[in-house]
Design a protein around this ligand. Sequence first.
Ligand SMILES: Nc1ncnc2c1ncn2[C@@H]1O[C@H](COP(=O)(O)OP(=O)(O)OP(=O)(O)O)[C@@H](O)[C@H]1O
Length: 536
Amino acid sequence: MELKTHDLATLPDLNEEIILNFLKARYTADIIYIHKLCTNLNREAPPHVYALADFAYECLKSNSYKSQCCVISGESGAGKTESTKHFINHLIYLCLGNTRLELQILQVNPLLEAFGNATTLMNDNSSRFGKYIELSFYNNKVVGAKISEYLLEKSRVVFQNKGEQNFHIFYYLLAGLESQCEKYALVDEDGHHLRFNYLNNFSYKSYKNLKQNLIEKYDQLINALNYIAFLETEQADLFAALIGILHVGNLEFESNDEGYATFINSKETNLSLMAISELLGINTSALIEALTASIPTAGGRDEFIRNHTLEAALDARDALAKHVYSRLFCWIVSKINKTLSYERSEKAGGISEIGILDIYGFEHFQKNGFEQLCINLANEQIQYFFNKHIFSLEKDEYLKEDISSIAITFNDNQPLLELFMGSSGILKKLDDLCKLPRATDLSLIENFNKEFSKNSYYIPSKRCDLNFTINHYAGKVTYTGENFLEKNRDSLPLRVSELLKNSSNDIISEIFSNGSSPKETIYTSYTVVSILMKKL
Ligand SMILES: Nc1ncnc2c1ncn2[C@@H]1O[C@H](COP(=O)(O)OP(=O)(O)OP(=O)(O)O)[C@@H](O)[C@H]1O
């Protein structure tokens, strides 16, 4: 096929066949990524992510160092993360990138993807967090970078839906640390691979075919960690903590005659207990006590030790795993930021920034939970931002020029944002009910149905169940309110966090010594979406 144009939008007819033939022709001719075509606002440049990066860079230079922001959007699997990487790659190319800092910036993505991405039904490498990357420029050269991360999907650490996986890092470690399988208790006393409950869709049969690839990924990860200045001792503590999390998932409990949780003593659970003591560096008999009973807290409601039900013990166990993982993730990001930071005072005045926002795309699965609700709400925010800029501002422009005959209509999603984030909206109700000890997921959904049924964006279930449907800009999505309260509370028993604070694993004790991180308040969903809104 002869390529008459590089811009599909200029073709008179456009269908799937034409698009695929066009892409194949470009691929065969090897003209997909050519940096030099997209420089100095080249008029001949094709519509391309490189051309966009070039445009941002030129605006920054020509606009007296005016900072720029690029928002990348699209549904899950659309190519946002890949585009972000190409965008940054081209910016570095434009700065004639060859400094150590620039090479470090290029290593950030594989590192973050190992810890923050996972295989989902829609994408083998789906981002399970949102990120905003700011590159700082001084005299048109990159002098530093900063990453902000949002709303890591921590529930994935303890459970994955059918056909999905846990965060990539766990599989890289299983392959990469195989030669040290005894140290990490990856095999039992007969030398058989241990099965980890937190990798619920993982089978060692399929792992055999993937192993080589996973080892390569592990090696790349080590390179990236070394390059971004993670010390060897830090890497050892980090990996110990991560494998420790997998062993936490193998702690099992049962309900005794009185309805209280007791630890199941077995060969497997004892092996994991020993591994936890070694890897997470905590006293495991104190851990079992902390998972099966709460002690009174100063000013708290309880005066006596309260034994946990089986459900409460399992929740406490999973909360431990989720909190350790999410704090490790924050720790990694802050460590990266330290390496990539620069002395602001030295360069005061002439600094400008290009920011790139890449969040997880809109999701619509067969079963959608609290995580999908937060992700889709964040995407509604981005849609609102687009509407405002593309339609509203365009409309104002027309009116300014007295062109009133062109009717511009668009679906304004502001009422939907109000439904969620208004002062008596869904998120406020959720937070309010989280404070009531007797509230249940069912009473929460009943409350939603009572309050919001009249809102055209909210459709209650016809059955008396936990489902409700939201009329999103991208279509209707039915959510199940299962575990909404628990996930929004996101609390860690005090005794467990005390144990972690005193851990002999240096990273664990560090990340639990600084009190609760700001994101771990019960207002999780509300806060995160608000922060994102401010960024836009
Ligand atoms: N420019 C590209 N070149 C080649 N493959 C691509 C490109 N963009 C996307 N892909 C393919 O599509 C997959 C999904 O892309 P990507 O992870 O960037 O999607 P996303 O929009 O960030 O999704 P999510 O919201 O789930 O994170 C990639 O793993 C890759 O296989």
